[in-house]
Design a protein around this ligand. Sequence first.
Ligand code: ATP
Ligand code: MG
Length: 361
Amino acid sequence: MTKVIAVALPKGGVGKTTTAINLAASLAAMDIKTLLIDSDVSNNCATSLGFDPLKLSGGLINLVMGTQTAEEILTKTDLEYLDFIPTNNTTDNEDKIQQIVHNRYRLRDIIRTEFHEYEYVIIDTPPTMDGIINLVLSSIDSVLVPIKTSYYSLIALSRMLNKVEDIKKTTNKHIQIEGIVFTMSEVNTIATRMSEEKVYPLYGKHMFRSSIPKSTILAESTYHGKPVVLLKARSLGAEAYLKLAQELVVRNKICPVKELVKLSGFEKIGTEIPRDYKLYSNTPNPLKSSTIIKFDVPRESAIKINIYNIYMEQVEVLLDKVLEAGEYKIVWQPGQLPNGVYYYKFDAGSIFKMNKMILSR
Ligand code: ATP
Ligand code: MG
């Protein structure tokens, strides 16, 4: 089965192209047959792989328009297991994109019929949220989101996740978040710590454990026209992308990305003002039915309810909202959450309460 992953974030310079190239090259270096597709008209993947974009004939847009075949545009690279499809190198790309974006499923059909022998297809995308990105998002299995440790990256992250939700409701109900990875990260800086503090509580389950450090060799590799694994395999940058590739493969083998928890409702169930914060206990085995968590809020407060595993790693965010005083309930189903012991934690800032639950099917 081919897994199709787009590297996307609506913000420039966050490391999308660097991640797409080096992740694809690292997968190929692990003898995994991989195809890298560039959907960004700036054609940076070609340059970074050592091709002169002016000498490449045609590309992705022609393929989707049906004016070129897959064989005509498929390009071999220096890595035996990595092939490449550039984007078109013409000035009228924008007009052509306008013509093809209406046929949202064309790219998906082409990948299914022409590229099924690849284990992974990695697609680099432009930093925009309109045009070709819609075609790409309608055709893929998942999105890998690279973020820099900056406030603007976090805003773009939330736009990206909203976009994925929109796409899920319209043209691709199977789309998932493959994961979020920090790029250009610098240890021990305040910006890194602040970004981590914001991202982990909200998106903990999506975070890759690997992160990509800021590294001069990664920046230099573009000039050499080589993925870093071919330029200097024993470097921090190359190792980081190899680790990311390994983590991605292991995650997909053991536990393909799936919806862990399904939320089916959240409502205020009483208007009486409770005297204190309270978290009520759960049904004994929530897997047998949908699970209801009831809780009391005595005054307006920011309330978070999250699920943790036995290592106290957050696996799911159930609620993160400012609530007025009242009695509330959340109804949810443990979806794909594996069997085991979990905790659900009610957090009202200075006050928190925690209950255990055991899931067994
Ligand atoms: P755009 O949206 O404009 O296409 P992008 O998100 O694809 O940008 P890249 O082109 O991958 O971003 O990276 C932007 C710049 O940062 C490039 O010059 C690249 O070489 C450099 N860069 C990327 N990752 C790293 C890193 N980990 N350490 C140092 N420099 C990096
Ligand atoms: Mg780019």
